[in-house]
Structures are given as structure tokens and as C-alpha cells.
Design a protein around this ligand. Structure first.
Ligand SMILES: [Mg+2]
Length: 148
């Protein structure tokens, strides 16, 4: 697979950004955590703009940002999860079911109480949780089976 670093525009942007970032006194621990504790000391007026450029280069869309935030939240709540694959299916299945419910309560008219479980925000939140659990499953598989 061709690396993004093979793209001269991407590479030059990365080099330029590295120079800019190097002049700042902060550490980017985790791209998603930048609003909390990642920017650890000095903030300059350029920091947010540079982080935004970095986010764009890394492909951190709002959707990806939400999924990574959810992963961070899950790790804080549950710690590292190393379930059997069959257990992961139950966890992922539950989240998928919740997503189905949010979509159903958006699509069907089951009354005002049921409607509260539907809508854009509920569908999006549940889709984010499905994606985050799938990523967590991938991470657990890699820990268990990867030869690296
Ligand atoms: Mg859910």
C-alpha cells in the first residue's frame, strides 16, 4: 500500500508543520485529546490553527474525532479490554442493537416517548459507539494475534 508520505504535497506539509510545531512548547499526546491535557504548557495564538492543519493532514474529520473521543472515554471507564472474540460479538451486537433502535425511533412513529430515542444526535452517538467498539475489538485482536 502506498504511504501518504509518498505524496509530495503531504510530505512537504508535514515537514513544514513539524518545523512550526517544533517551535512551540507543547506535546501532542493524542490527537483527540487536544482540548484537554495535550497542550501542556505554552499556548500561542497559532496553536489552534496548527493543530487544525495537523488534524486535516491526519484525516481527523469530525466523525473520526468523535470515534477517537469515544475510545478514550471507553478506556477511562473500562480499562484495556481483552475479551474473547465471541464476547466482543455480544458487546458489538448490543451497540449495533442500540443503533438500530435509534434509527427505528427516527423512522417509525412509536409515540413521543420513543421519539426521544431517535433523531440525528442519538443515531450519531450510537454509530460512534459501534465504530469505537469495533476499533477496540481490532486493538484486542492485534494484542492477541499480531506477531509484532
Ligand atoms: Mg450504545
Amino acid at each position: 500500500m502506498k504511504s501518504r508520505l509518498d505524496n509530495p504535497v503531504f510530505f512537504n506539509n508535514l515537514v513544514q508543520l513539524a518545523h512550526e510545531v517544533d517551535g512551540l512548547n507543547y506535546t501532542l499526546h493524542h490527537p483527540i485529546d487536544r482540548d484537554n491535557k495535550s497542550i501542556i504548557q505554552t499556548r500561542t495564538e497559532n496553536t489552534d490553527e496548527q493543530l487544525q492543519k495537523l488534524a486535516i493532514m491526519l484525516g481527523l474529520t469530525d466523525a473520526i474525532d468523535s470515534v477517537l473521543n469515544e475510545r478514550t472515554r471507553q478506556d477511562a471507564k473500562w480499562g484495556e479490554q481483552n475479551h474473547e472474540p465471541m464476547s466482543w460479538m455480544g458487546i458489538l451486537g448490543e451497540e449495533f442493537g442500540e443503533l438500530c433502535e435509534a434509527v427505528n425511533e427516527t423512522h417509525f412513529n412509536n409515540g413521543p416517548e420513543a421519539r426521544k430515542k431517535g433523531g440525528y444526535l442519538n443515531m450519531r452517538a450510537e454509530a460512534v459507539q459501534v465504530a469505537a467498539v469495533a476499533i477496540s475489538f481490532i486493538e484486542a485482536l492485534d494484542r492477541r494475534y499480531s506477531e509484532n
